[in-house]
Ligand binder design. Structure first.
Ligand SMILES: [Zn+2]
Length: 264
């Protein structure tokens, strides 16, 4: 079984525009789906993925309700697991977290660059506390983001400081941080944090992937693609090059994800 812990899709009416805009601001990345839920499902069938975690981002304070309504509308807890999102500047962010919980979503995605905050800003503490109290999982975009200029809001040293403010699982996307191999090893390896493996193929040097696997452990890695921007086939080419044991493979492909999604 394979669970892809990092995918994106958009409402049908917005998908084409959203994907082409994101591609453009990120330097012309190739999209491998059309950005719709149906497109994601087609790619899952083609590439042998049984379930996908779909991550949403509230990019402004007034948008979070809409984003979470869409997230809930596609979440079925079978092949699609939607994460909600809140905007830190929304006056009702804490109430919206309660609504995310009530909607049955397993977690939230926060993207410091899109949402204009630093991951270790003390102003985030009440939000992180609420997430923890509700038992939600948090996924942070981590490292460089191709659509933004530096400084970036979730670099490994900053995330390492913020981890202490959570008592529920935290996932640092993209192997702990895009283009941050050295800092991930220094600041995050061995800490109580998961890394998803999304957007790693061709991006995460094999040396760092091997070091992270060895020093952080397969029990804290989650297979992910960042669909539509990478595919499962691409990410498994990287993972397959690391000499995984059968146990490693099972944990990364689905075992750890099942635990985080409450499936066992
Ligand atoms: Zn992503």
């Amino acid at each position: 079984m394979r669970i892809d812990f990092h995918t994106h899709c958009f409402p049908d009416a917005l998908a084409v525009k959203a994907v082409s805009r994101l591609s453009h601001v990120s330097g012309g990345l190739t999209p491998y789906t059309d950005g719709t839920v149906a497109g994601l499902r087609r790619s899952m069938v083609e590439e042998g993925v049984n379930a996908s975690v779909v991550l949403h981002i509230a990019t402004n304070p007034t948008q979070q309700k809409k984003v979470n309504d869409f997230a809930a509308s596609i979440h079925n807890g079978v092949d699609i697991f939607s994460f909600g999102s809140v905007h830190p500047d929304a006056p009702d962010a804490l109430e919206e977290l309660e609504r995310i919980k009530a909607l049955g979503l397993p977690g939230v995605k926060l993207h410091p660059d899109y949402q204009g905050f630093a991951v270790d800003d003390p102003k985030m503490k009440p939000l992180y506390r609420k997430i923890s109290d509700l038992g939600l999982v948090t996924v942070f975009h981590a490292g460089v983001d191709y659509g933004f200029t530096p400084p970036y809001g979730c670099m490994p040293a900053a995330l390492a400081r913020a981890l202490d403010w959570f008592s529920t699982p935290v996932v640092a996307a993209h192997w702990g941080g895009i283009q941050c191999g050295e800092e991930v090893l220094r600041h995050l390896c061995g800490r109580d944090v998961y890394f998803d493996t999304s957007f790693g193929y061709g991006m995460m040097p094999k040396y760092y992937a091997e070091q992270i696997l060895e020093r952080h452990g397969a029990h804290r890695l989650l297979f992910g693609t960042d669909s539509p921007w990478h595919t499962a086939t691409m990410e498994w080419r990287l993972l397959d090059s690391l000499g995984l044991s059968d146990t490693d493979r099972e944990q990364i492909a689905c075992g750890n994800a099942k635990r985080l999604l409450g499936l066992e």
